[in-house]
Design a protein around this ligand. Structure first.
Ligand SMILES: *Cc1c(COP(=O)(O)O)cnc(C)c1O
Length: 463
């Protein structure tokens, strides 16, 4: 009787032989990334959700087959399918959301992090990773605040950073804290108030897209008890920046705390040409920043920065298996107070690699190139009789409409482009009307790419 030979135990990514196992698989994955992109041919798959789902179903077959196909086949098939059906932000015509094309160097750094799988909940799972995170967060916090006690935490993004900001404010002021924010604020702000059991956050009207100091003054005058004001530096819909200094002055006058959600605009602080747009940023007690937007990182790369590290004290937490008091006393770093999560990816690593590779001037250049592309697109649309530009861009968002059109036709046009797989544009309401939204985050976008986008829209709208 023959005994079937068991399949070999699949190799691990790490260890002394990890690299030998990774090399051929990486080659397979890289080839499939290329064949998948070629099959797609544009910024996203043609045919819409049903066609994509059908192609995925056909490629996938049985997700959990009785017998495996092996590493090489599984990677080849699924990486190809993933890529062929991707909305690829590296395509200049993929410009709907704050969905950035990651830098190659950051993606490879993230792969190295995945190989070693450090978890940032205890030092003995992440000795160097935790030390790198400590350096990185200190450096970024000091870059933003230029004060010796500034500190920062890595988060999964702006949503978690805003949640933490509201949590820390609640811990300072108690459960009757009123959160005031502009109607232009990110939806995660009122949602965080709901999550934290705070009174419903109050949205102040922002008819011009930013929070008017007079509106806030009026609200503060009529709000008894402790208040947290959330301002936005880079609105998600229009890339607008609230008037930070006057808002901070008002908060000072009324004894209100100020949090600034700079998830989108915050990295402009690294550009000598553009940082003036953020004047007043450091008046905030806490700041949200997303490096998976204008920071070109793979998701996730969020940050909550605070002016004073003492503000983070409420996050201190003890679990014997991770930070026993005697371990901490003996000098093992205590990491649990750096997040509400337990197991946590080393997202600081890819950021640290990126900062070292690019340096200040390299990062500033990416920011400036991207802002320039947005201005160029605005110029093109403004000069074109077939389009109406909503406003000159502040950051890298351009809102516009073909003329003539109406909201229904505009929404249909956006979906047609998605269906064709030719362009990914977003939508936003401003001044009571619907606009197409181009969120430019790709520093490689050329003048020709923008001409192509305008010509595509012309062909689709003026026939
Ligand atoms: C993107 C964004 C967020 C949410 O960030 P995530 O990283 O998606 O969680 C919060 N605030 C603003 C202003 C944003 O643009």
């Amino acid at each position: 009787m023959t005994v079937p030979t068991p399949a070999p135990t699949p190799p691990l990514a790490g260890g002394r032989h990890g690299a030998d196992a990774l090399r051929p698989l990486l080659d397979t994955a890289l080839t499939a990334l290329a064949t998948g992109a070629k099959e797609r041919g544009g910024p996203l798959p043609a045919g819409g959700p049903d066609a994509t789902a059908a192609r995925v179903a056909a490629a996938l077959g049985d997700v959990l087959p009785a017998h495996g196909t092996g590493d090489d086949e599984a990677l080849r098939t699924l990486v190809h399918t993933l890529t062929a059906g991707a909305a690829d932000p590296a395509d200049p015509l993929c410009a709907a959301h704050l969905h950035c094309p990651p830098l190659a160097v950051a993606a490879v750094a993230d792969l190295a992090a995945s190989v070693l799988n450090p978890s940032l909940d205890s030092w003995d799972q992440a000795p160097a990773a935790s030390a790198i995170e400590a350096h990185l967060t200190r450096t970024l916090a000091a870059e933003l605040y230029a004060t010796p006690r500034a500190d920062a935490l890595l988060t999964t993004g702006g949503t978690e950073a805003n949640q933490l900001a509201l949590l820390l404010a609640r811990e300072r002021h108690g459960p009757h804290l009123t959160v005031l924010h502009g109607a232009n604020a990110h939806h995660s702000v009122p949602r965080a108030a709901w999550l934290l059991g705070l009174p419903p956050a109050r949205a102040l009207p922002t008819p011009n897209g930013t929070l008017d100091p007079a509106t806030l003054a009026e609200a503060l005058a009529h709000t008894p008890g402790p208040v947290l004001v959330t301002a936005t530096a880079g609105t998600t819909d229009a890339g607008l920046i609230d008037p930070l200094t006057p808002l901070a002055d008002l908060c000072d006058r009324h004894g209100a705390d100020l949090h600034i959600d700079a998830a989108y605009g915050g990295t402009l602080a690294l550009s000598p040409r553009h940082r003036h747009l953020l004047d007043g940023l450091t008046r905030a007690r806490s700041l949200t920043l997303d490096l998976h937007k204008l920071g070109w990182q793979p998701v996730a790369a969020g940050l909550l920065a605070v002016r004073d590290t003492a503000d983070l004290a409420p996050l201190a937490h003890q679990a014997d298996y991770l930070n026993a008091t005697d371990d901490t006393d003996a000098g093992l770093p205590d990491l649990l107070g750096r997040s509400l999560r337990t197991t946590r990816r080393p997202d600081a690593f890819k950021i640290a690699v990126t900062l070292r590779s690019l340096g200040r001037d390299g990062l500033a250049r990416l920011i400036d190139l991207t802002c320039a592309a947005a201005h160029r697109l605005a110029d093109l649309l403004d000069a074109h009789p077939g389009f109406e530009l909503h406003a000159r861009p502040t950051l890298t968002t351009v809102l516009f409409r073909p003329t003539p059109t109406d909201d229904d036709r505009l929404a249909t046009l956006r979906r047609t482009l998605l269906q064709d797989g030719t362009a990914v544009l977003g939508r936003a309401t401003a001044d009571g009307r619907l606009w197409l939204k181009a969120t430019l985050l790709n520093p490689h976008t050329t003048a020709r790419d923008l001409d192509t986008l305008v010509a595509l829209l012309e062909g689709r709208t003026h026939r």
